[in-house]
Design a protein around this ligand. Structure first.
Ligand SMILES: [Fe+2]
Ligand SMILES: [Fe+2]
Length: 270
């Protein structure tokens, strides 16, 4: 347990606790007025993750690693609870028990996958378990490429249908990321992954180009939504949220490239 452990834990905690807090808000906004119990549960999660976010921001790099380890465990429990809540909502939607609610099943599944990812990261950090670089690169890309493909689909479906050009662009990104995801899965099956190492530089380059383009598209959409210059049912905070997730993926790609080039002392996972 070291300063590196503290620094990386704080990075993950700060990024993902805000994301979990915002998921609680998006879920709440999608419920119907009569779903008071679910609305209360979502508000409860908002408060829990807001507190965690504030605590994570208050810690400094010099904090005792054992304190952070215990905090990671606490947050892990909270994330397990919000994951179960999201899966419960998904079940209710899929069995048509929330008719007229305004969240797509894929969106609810998506936010539960993000919770599961955060939970795994906390486990890996606390166990000091780091995958070998090629495995980490492929696994992270498989996870995030699907997340990006989903975002493009959500944007396409939440824009007003009359915004034809933007809908077209979003659909184009959806196809592009579906393709990249298939490529990543192909690479994933070519085990042992150590043999895939010579291919990873090109793989990351290709993904980076597409993620940058998607991030810029999200930025434009976010600016237009905030300025009330396009028609959509996208909450401005959702536009900002998916923009930040793309930016986070880009930073992960950059840290992998630096590790591949041997330019960084960073451990294998981002
Ligand atoms: Fe998210
Ligand atoms: Fe997302």
């Amino acid at each position: 347990m070291s300063d590196e452990f503290v620094a990386r834990s704080l990075e993950e905690l700060r990024f993902w606790s805000r994301i979990m807090k915002e998921h609680s808000l998006f879920l709440r906004l999608g419920f119907r007025c009569e779903d008071t119990q679910l609305i209360n549960e979502a508000n409860g999660f908002y408060a829990v993750f807001e507190k965690i976010e504030n605590q994570a921001n208050a810690f400094t790099i010099g904090t005792d690693p054992n304190v952070i380890k215990r905090f990671n465990q606490e947050v892990h429990t909270a994330v397990s609870h919000i994951w179960a809540f999201k899966r419960k909502i998904l079940g209710l939607i899929l069995t048509c028990q929330l008719p007229g609610a305004n969240n797509f099943p894929l969106l609810v599944d998506h936010v539960s996958r993000e919770a599961n990812y955060f939970r795994n990261r906390l486990e890996e950090l606390n166990q000091g378990r780091l995958e070998p670089l090629p495995d980490a690169i492929i696994d992270e890309n498989v996870f995030f490429l699907r997340i990006m493909a989903d975002h493009a689909k959500f944007i396409s479906h939440l824009l007003d249908p009359s915004e034809r050009k933007l809908v077209d662009q979003a659909n184009h990104f959806s196809d592009e990321f579906d393709q990249l995801l298939f490529q990543a899965r192909d690479l994933d099956s070519m085990r042992p992954q150590s043999q895939t190492k010579p291919l990873l530089g090109q793989f990351l380059d290709q993904n980076r180009v597409s993620v940058k383009a998607l991030r810029d598209f999200k930025k434009t959409a976010k600016d237009l939504i905030e300025a009330c210059r396009i028609k959509s049912i996208i909450h401005p905070l959702l536009a900002d949220h998916v923009f930040r997730e793309a930016q986070h993926f880009l930073e992960i790609i950059d840290s992998f490239e630096a590790s591949l080039a041997g330019k960084s002392g960073l451990p294998a996972t981002p």
